[in-house]
Design a protein around this ligand. Structure first.
Ligand code: FPP
Length: 262
C-alpha cells in the first residue's frame, strides 16, 4: 500500500522506481534516524563558503521527509544542530537557524498535506526566541496528524537528554523500585516513539556524535560516503534495502534455517 504511494511519485522506468520495487513493505524500519554530515566538505569541494553546503542540504531534507512519508515510515529523526554546534562561528550558527525557519515556512503546507506530525527534540533553553516560536507553531499546527512523525534534533545532545530524563524522574519522585528500561524511556524526548531501527550517517565518518545514545542501542548502522547535500531518494532507498538484508539478533543467536531431510 505505502509502496504504491511512493511509486506513484517516481517516474515509471527510472532507476529510483526499480530500487523502490525491491523494498519489502512488510519489513520497513519503523524509525529511521539520520546524522546529516558533510555539508562543509560539499561546499569546500566547490570553493564555496561552508554555509552554501547547509543551504544545499535543505533539498536533501525535503526529499528524505517526503520519501519517508510516502513510504509509510512511522518516525524520521534528523540531527540538525547539536549542543556542541554552538562552538561554530556565530555567522554559521545564525545561517543554520535562518535556514531552519525558512524551511519550516516554506514546507509547512507540504508537511500538512502529507499528514506529517512535526516535533523538535533537544533543549529549548538557548534557542533564539523567534526560532522557538516558529518551531512551536509548526508543532501545534501538525499535532493532530497521524502520518509520519518527523523529529528535528535541535540543540540536542544524547548525554544531555539522559541527564534531563534523570532530573525529570527525580523531580517527579518516581519510586526507584518501579523504574525499568521501558519506563525510563518514557522520560526521554522521544517518549512514546519506537527506537530507531536504522541509523544512517552520511559523509563516511564512523561516529555516533552524541546522537540518540539511549535509543540506538539496537539500531542497525549504515554509513555512506555520500555527502548530505548529494543525498537523494535513491540513497534512502539504498539504506533501507541494506537494512532489509541485515540479520537482527538483539543479542540472541541467528534463527536456525530449517533444512529438509534427504
Ligand atoms: C553537518 O555538516 C551538518 C550540520 C551541522 C547541519 C545540518 C543542517 C541542515 C542540513 C540544514 C537545516 C536542517 C533542517 C532540518 C531544515 P558539517 O558542516 O559538519 O560538514 P563537514 O563535516 O563536511 O564540515
Amino acid at each position: 500500500m505505502s509502496l504504491e504511494r511512493l511509486l506513484a511519485s517516481i517516474p515509471e522506468g527510472s532507476d529510483d522506481a526499480a530500487l523502490a520495487r525491491q523494498i519489502q513493505p512488510d519489513r520497513l524500519p519503523q524509525h529511521v534516524a539520520i546524522i546529516m554530515d558533510g555539508n562543509g566538505r560539499w561546499a569546500e569541494q566547490r570553493h564555496l563558503p561552508r554555509v552554501e553546503g547547509h543551504r544545499a542540504g535543505i533539498q536533501s531534507v525535503r526529499e528524505v521527509v517526503e520519501t519517508s512519508a510516502r513510504l509509510g515510515l512511522e518516525v524520521l529523526t534528523l540531527y540538525a544542530f547539536s549542543i556542541e554546534n554552538w562552538k561554530r562561528p556565530a555567522a554559521e550558527v545564525s545561517v543554520l537557524m535562518t535556514l531552519l525557519r525558512r524551511y519550516l515556512r516554506s514546507e509547512l503546507d507540504t508537511l500538512i498535506e502529507h499528514g506529517i506530525r512535526f516535533r523538535v527534540i533537544g533543549r529549548a533553553d538557548g534557542l533564539p526566541t523567534e526560532v522557538l516560536e516558529e518551531l512551536r507553531e509548526a508543532e501545534a499546527r501538525t499535532a493532530v496528524h497521524r502520518g509520519l512523525q518527523f523529529n528535528i534534533a535541535l540543540n540536542y545532545g544524547g548525554r544531555a537528554e539522559i541527564v534531563d530524563a534523570v532530573k525529570a524522574v527525580l523531580a517527579a519522585r518516581v519510586d526507584p523500585a518501579t523504574l525499568d528500561e521501558d519506563r525510563f524511556s518514557q522520560w526521554l524526548y522521544t517518549a512514546g516513539q519506537p527506537d530507531p531501527d536504522l541509523l544512517i550517517r552520511t559523509s563516511g565518518e564512523m561516529r555516533i556524535s552524541n546522537f540518540l545514545l539511549w535509543q540506538i542501542a539496537y539500531a542497525e548502522i549504515y554509513v555512506t560516503g555520500t555527502l548530505w547535500p548529494d543525498f537523494r531518494r535513491r540513497h534512502l532507498l539504498d539504506a533501507i534495502l541494506a537494512y532489509q538484508k541485515r540479520d537482527r539478533r538483539y543479542g540472541g543467536i541467528a534463527p536456525v534455517v530449517a533444512q529438509s531431510t534427504p
